[in-house]
Design a protein. Sequence first.
Lengths: 526, 479
Amino acid sequence: MATTWDAIVIGGGHNGLINAAYLARAGRRVLVLERRERVGGAAVTEEIFPGFKFSMFSYVVSLLRPEIIRDLDLPGHGLHILPLESTLTPMLNGDHLATWADHDQSRRELYRHSPRDAEAYDEYGRLMHHMAQAVKPILGMVPPDPTSLRPRDLMGMLRVGKHFRGLGGEQFHAMFKLMTMSSADFLDEWFETDVLKATKSASGIIGTFLGPRSPGTAYVLLHHYMGELDGVFRAWGFAKGGTGSVSEAIAAAARRLGAEVRTGAGVTRLIVQGGRATGVVLESGEEIRARTVVSSLDPRRTFLQLVEAKELPDEFVRDIGRFKFRGSSGKVNLALGALPDFTCMPGAGPHLRGAMSISPSMEYVERAYDDAKYGEFSRQPYMDIVIPSLIDPGMAPPGKHVMSIFVQYAPWNLNGGWTDAKREAFGDAVIDAIERFAPNIRSCILHWQVLTPADIERITGLSEGNIFQGELALHQLFFLRPAPGYARFRTPVRRYYQCGSGTHPGGGIMGASGRLAAMAVLEDGA
Amino acid sequence: MSHDAIVIGGGTNGLVAAHLLARAGKRVALIEQRADPFLAGEPGWIPPQLAAELGLPGLLWGRHADPWIAVALEGGGRLELFGDMAKSVEAIRRLSPADAAKWPEFCARMRVLAGVLEQLYVQPAPDVETRQLAELLRLGRLGLRVRRLGRQAMIDLLRILPMSVAELLDEWFEHDALKAAVGAAGVMHLRQGPRSGGTAFVMLHHHVGSPAGVFRPPLSNLGSLLKAASGVELHLGVAVERITVVRGAATGVTLADGRTLTAPLVVSSADPRRTLLGLLEPGWLEPEFARAVGNIKCRGVVAQVTWAVERAGAFDGLAVAPSLTALERAYDDVKYGRVSAEPWLETRWADGRLVAHVQYVPHTPADGAWDDPRRHALGDLVERRLLAHYPELRGVLKERDVETPRDLEARYGWTGGHAYHGELTLDQILFMRPIPGWSRYRTPVRGLYLCGSGAHPGGAIAGGAGRLAARQILEDAGR
């Protein structure tokens, strides 16, 4: 006889696992179904080459909500974060811009470029800190539906309104600017040093199909400011053992709380009876029943692939159909026999232990976007480079290293489509671009893995390879994420819920979607 | 000689403010640096209340050419769109039956949203920070109005305003020329391409005051009517050198010819940066305020080429805008300080001359300043491109005048050469215009007001800012 679960969670990425953990914590019998042989989704560690372990996709951690870390006791399940302390931006003229964990050192460095910017830097940091604090309550909130007249939605709108009014004039205006401006324009109001603006603006383009001069990128800039590690704001770090260990820790917590996690169990279809979700069908044909089904997949898969269109309102199908993914980033993972030598800062100094940002000028980043806009990968891409093995030696054999290169832009919808030759050419463009700043890079490479958005989609299932399960554009946030009227984690199908980062508040290993969706399920009395 | 009020600038907004103040019994002097500042047929919607308020009932008009646009098609021929919905549908059907079928619904949905903007544009910008009951009630009424439009319109409003016009149009239509005809309204006077967020709003802004299916501002006679009207003392051909301030209050202006005029009210229709950072003695403004004014984005990207013409003809609304991608590429050039290799062109008929709107043209080219040879090259480029698509203009175009954004700045005083005195980006509209917290036409200097399109509701609303500024001034005076 088939057992009936209280809840099935489709997809064992971090949001799915967090959702399952919270449901299990509330005493529900939960089954997580993951298509791949390992949990984690895009947060996985894989030994791609013998002895070399990579955070294959997502590679840094910061946004994971602290309440989740506490509630699920993730440190107790093996989560250990190693801080990433510096950022080095090599410039085209051989100079560089560096920021360090030591505030005074960063300030001196900035002062070298512009005394004015060194002054503005602290004030800017304070403002962004306040802005991030101001947005945080919104991230932890179930979005109200502004078109609804139900008391709960009206109260919700009132709460949002009061919250923002409570900020006071100056901060309210700054918030409004962050919501609407381009990161380039926003930063222009603060700084004059081009390389500083370029490096800062880069966090405004991550995961988007926008350039630093496109309105909407200032919000993404803020989104990346919301990180908090051990109570320190705006801190980024590596998970010891790679990003996969974040997923492993959550999975361990979920299991400890009683959830069952099955891998190698891809779901092909949701079973709907009388407008109500009652279970799922696996790739093997096996049917599993449950009183509630939660999908952590992106909105396109959750609705257009798992559910038959007839179960959904036409308007909703249309809304989900036009939800924008437009994956724009790729990843190159290198196994290195030796360390790269940057012309601007020769030798194996502490700078290699931090991030290296290939964003030498605003124009460089904007031009990278121009290529993608018309369907080509950037000939000279923006890159965020880290060498985790310097901080976490277990990631590579002794004396050898792993390098993770986040690359933008690589459009999912490449002219003519992605082929092996195009992937190779893309990888070459990446290495060529690094070579301008670290001429020995080629000779250091033992193995390489190039991941295009098409590869990301194929391996992780993320539609169009979008790392946020849908762009963080203003018209796809809050009560519009993923569709008007369905931002509260519920769906048009009764007992079917969504908990991926395609829902409010969005991606970046934040986990808030998984947690909020669990609250919604429990509130409805699963 | 002293006055009750001095108005700086004789554009439509300055004239409207001056005449409204005069009608309220004030002795008003208006100072305009140009001897003959006005072109007939200025683009812009006239708020409907203005005719009665100015005592010009039945005399004002705002209208469109019909067809309001003709877009040259790549393979020859053109797409013409009309005020008449059925005629437009017929024209679109020849290119794409699918688009023709959707056109009326699209137009109706956009019309509703433009209607919301019209409501917002005939009253002061909503003060979302207010604690005053009257203002809260006004906000509540605005909210209710929007609610009454129904769920679809509310979702459209929230969703579409921050979108890019390209995304919006791609959701509806397939034909490039149709999308470009509508989409160009989304980048008009904007240093953004159609794929930038916020351009859907700009498209709606330029739809305000026009019938469903017409996506350009109407041309009006407001400026030329007021120029001829009596009641305001005009000082033409003389520039204001300084706004004089004593103990934090405006006392009048000093003119370039050395004369001074005194008045307890100085109302400037010059752009906010020029007014507050150029005409005011430095030192009257808090550094924070001055910094915010300096940060107003007004990066002009439009050049104007004007021809005397051999003979009149149906030369209005001729556009060269083949596709949204072409517009986006035209924008790419200006990002790096170059004139678009293939600019968006659109003609209008004014005062017996043909004027071409040319976008994108940088205010300051990356490779050196504007000079006559460059101006000439730009004129040639525009003429060549126009003639290639509209052969009927051959032999018609005579003497030509090229005005780059730099020239527009020099001639009209627009900072950055920006005709709207500030870009209509989402961070520079409503209560953020001209700068956050100062949307009520006042300035930190007592008696000094802004009344130009740098203030709410911005450019392409004929007399909109002048009207609201005059109301604010009279209200403050009555306190």
